[in-house]
Design a protein around this ligand. Structure first.
Ligand code: DX5
Ligand code: ZN
Length: 223
C-alpha cells in the first residue's frame, strides 16, 4: 500500500484568495491538491478549468495537482489540463464514449490516468482497465457539491477495489472523495483507501494544520 496522502479539495477554498489558500493547506501538511472540474452538464454545478490550474502552477504550486474531471465529453479538455500542469487526470466512465481511448490519451499527454466510480457504479469497469491506471477514485457522495454526507456502501466498495489493486501487483492509488472527515477517516483507511480527499472538513476548519494532523493520526491508528 502507498503512503497515505491527504488531498484537500479546493472546491471549499476561498476562491477570491485561491493561491494563498493552496499555499496554506500545503504548508499545513497536505500532499496533493484535489482540483474539481464541473461543467453544469455531467454534474449540476460549474467550477474551474485549465486556466485556474495553470494559474496555480504560475503562482508556484509544486505539489501534485489531482484533477477530477466531472465533465462530458472528456477528451477535448485532456490536452489543455496536461499543458496547464495537471499531474493526475481522473474521469468518470459514464462521461466518455471510449474509456480505453481516454485513458491512453491522458497517458500520451504525460499525465497519470485515474478512473472515478460514482456511488452506484459497479467496479466492473476495472476488469480491462486497471493495468493502465495509476489511480482509482471511489466517490463516497454523488458528484457535484462539497459538504455532503458520506455514503456507507463506499466502505465495501473500497475493500473490493483494494483487493483488485493488490491482485494486480501494480502500484495504483486508491482515493476516496466525499464527506471525509477526522471522524470517519479511520474506517475509510481500514477499508483500503490510501488517498483521502477532504474539502469542507479542511477548508471549513479554523486550523488547517490541526485538522490534517488529526486526520493523519486517525489513519495511522487504522494500520
Ligand atoms: C464532489 C467533489 C469533491 C468535494 C468533496 O463532487 O468531487 O471533491 O469537493 O467535498 P467534501 O469533502 O466537502 O465532501
Ligand atoms: Zn473531487
Amino acid at each position: 500500500m502507498e503512503p497515505a496522502w491527504i488531498a484537500p479539495s479546493i472546491l471549499s477554498a476561498d476562491f477570491a484568495r485561491l493561491g494563498a489558500e493552496v499555499d496554506a493547506v500545503l504548508e499545513a501538511g497536505a500532499d496533493v491538491v484535489h482540483f474539481d472540474v464541473m461543467d453544469n452538464h455531467y454534474v449540476p454545478n460549474l467550477t474551474i478549468g485549465p486556466m485556474v490550474c495553470e494559474a496555480l502552477r504560475k503562482h508556484g504550486v509544486k505539489a501534485p495537482i489531482d484533477v477530477h474531471l466531472m465533465v462530458s465529453p472528456v477528451d477535448r479538455i485532456v490536452p489543455d489540463f496536461a499543458a496547464a500542469g495537471a499531474t493526475y487526470i481522473s474521469f468518470h466512465p459514464e462521461a466518455t464514449a471510449h474509456i480505453d481511448r481516454t485513458i491512453a490519451l491522458i497517458r500520451e499527454h504525460g499525465c497519470r490516468p485515474g478512473l472515478v466510480f460514482n456511488p452506484a457504479t459497479p467496479l466492473d469497469y476495472l476488469d480491462y482497465t486497471l493495468e493502465y491506471l495509476d489511480l482509482v477514485l471511489i466517490m463516497s457522495v454523488n458528484p457535484g457539491f462539497g459538504g455532503q454526507q458520506f455514503i456507507p456502501t463506499t466502505l465495501r466498495k473500497l475493500s473490493e477495489a483494494r483487493r483488485r489493486i493488490e491482485a494486480s501487483g501494480r502500484s495504483v492509488r486508491l482515493e476516496v472523495d466525499g464527506g471525509i472527515k477526522a471522524s470517519n477517516i479511520r474506517a475509510v483507511a481500514q477499508a483500503g483507501a490510501d488517498t483521502f480527499v477532504a474539502g469542507s472538513a479542511i477548508f471549513g476548519s479554523a486550523d488547517y494544520g490541526r485538522t490534517i494532523r488529526e486526520m493523519r493520526q486517525q489513519i495511522s491508528s487504522a494500520a
